[in-house]
Design a protein around this ligand. Structure first.
Ligand code: PLP
Length: 393
């Protein structure tokens, strides 16, 4: 029986494509070590798990409020404000979603008309592209430049990429895959472009808590009244509280935008499970020491990655400012990044992402995840360093 023709325009995410290759190798008896996924190996903090168990025992198993339980919307508003964001009304300006994934879908679904264009920084978190296409829009990747070991997104180029059809920019900072954290000055210049062309700024802030010394996340919504009006904050508890499998996230935006997003969202979701929402309240309102501890653990892992590759010829690690991915610049190997990745996987037993998966401006680079630590990381880094040495000899 035929399936929908629209599927021809959608792509699996790069991670899912490579996982397929890895599964195949595992079925053949190989045991590659993965430095690929953005799945933290740290457990969800105890008090959050306890809150979920308590909520289950209390029978919190019915349908949730589809916009998000009122207690969670209140906790979200408090948390955004505590982290330097503006005040949002829990009643009308917050929406709870099943992870940032559905938040992005609802945000774009609320603002895009057919053939509307969405500017995305390239290298781009590839999962954005098919969502834009699925909603009838057109992703417009605007290449970043790699200067002095840092990817930057030049506002002049962003401005030049705008057309009368441009409707939004979709940005994540800390930026997966590059590790760049946009500073206030960079945001202000991008917001100026957004103001000039009257664009929405969809700000995916999922890595907000993971910033390294000297860098701090700032939501663009906090930077001016105009910015607050055009920013749609998308966030989730996946990375901040090591809750990737709980599927709980949230959005914040002016009331009319949230109400449009809610209309979109309710067509495909009733929101995260009610007891999960109670646990999310415990996460957002509870002690934040667990987050600080996770961030210092990622900081230690980041140093391990930098040290492990420091003396590998032809390869230079870009020290990430935030998130738990490091890009390795392997352009001097003069091979397509996918070929390097394949060789590392098949001949050296280590899985990383090829930069080319995120767009041409990351060609020749590799993305190394340190979301998993311990032996997995030390062993994986050893395999990676040896593999890259072999490729460069
Ligand atoms: C930039 C970015 N946005 C969104 C997501 C998906 O987040 P969630 O688990 O909340 O759906 C990820 C996951 O890796 C991500 O890296």
């Amino acid at each position: 029986m035929p399936l929908a023709r629209r599927l021809e325009r959608l792509k699996p995410t790069a991670v899912n494509t490579i996982l397929q290759e890895v599964r195949q190798l595992r079925a053949e008896g190989h045991q590659p070590v993965s430095l690929m996924r953005g799945a933290p190996d740290l457990p969800t903090p105890e008090h959050i798990v306890t809150a979920a168990q308590q909520a289950l025992s209390d029978g919190r198993t019915g349908y949730p409020d589809n916009r998000g339980e009122p207690t969670l919307r209140e906790a979200v508003a408090r948390s955004i404000n505590r982290n330097g964001g503006p005040e949002y009304s829990p009643d009308s300006e917050i929406l709870v979603t099943s992870g940032a994934t559905l938040g992005i879908h609802a945000a774009l679904g609320a603002v895009l008309d057919p053939d509307d264009e969405v500017l995305v920084p390239e290298p781009v978190y590839d999962a954005y592209l098919s969502v834009i296409i699925q909603l009838g829009g057109r992703p417009i990747p605007v290449p970043a430049t790699l200067d002095n070991g840092r990817f930057t997104w030049d506002p002049d180029q962003v401005n030049a990429a705008c057309s009368p059809r441009t409707r939004a920019m979709l940005i994540n900072s800390p930026w997966n895959p590059t590790g760049t954290v946009l500073g206030n000055d960079e945001w202000l210049r991008l917001l100026e472009v957004a103001r000039r062309h009257d664009l929405y700024v969809v700000s995916d802030e999922i890595y907000e808590s993971i910033c390294y010394p000297g860098h701090r996340h700032c939501t663009p919504a906090a930077l001016s009244d105009d910015a607050r009006q055009r920013t749609i904050i998308v966030n989730s508890l996946s990375k901040t509280y090591s809750m990737t499998g709980w599927r709980v996230g949230f959005c914040a935006a002016p009331a009319e935008v949230i109400s449009a997003m809610y209309l979109v969202l309710q067509q495909s979701s009733r929101g995260p499970a009610t007891f999960v929402q109670d646990a999310a309240v415990a996460a957002l309102d509870g002690p934040q020491q667990c987050v600080l501890e996770m961030v210092s653990e990622y900081g230690r892992r980041r140093e391990l990655v930098i040290a492990a590759l420091s003396d590998v010829p032809h390869v230079r690690v870009l020290s990430p400012e935030g998130g738990f991915f490091a890009m390795a610049d392997a352009r001097d190997l003069e091979r397509p990044s996918n070929e390097i990745r394949r060789s590392l996987l098949v001949n050296h037993g280590v899985v990383v992402m090829h930069g080319g998966a995120y767009g041409p401006s990351a060609e020749g680079t590799l993305r190394i995840s340190f979301a998993s630590g311990g032996d997995n990381l030390t062993h994986g880094l050893e395999l990676l360093a040896n593999g890259l040495r072999a490729l460069g000899s």
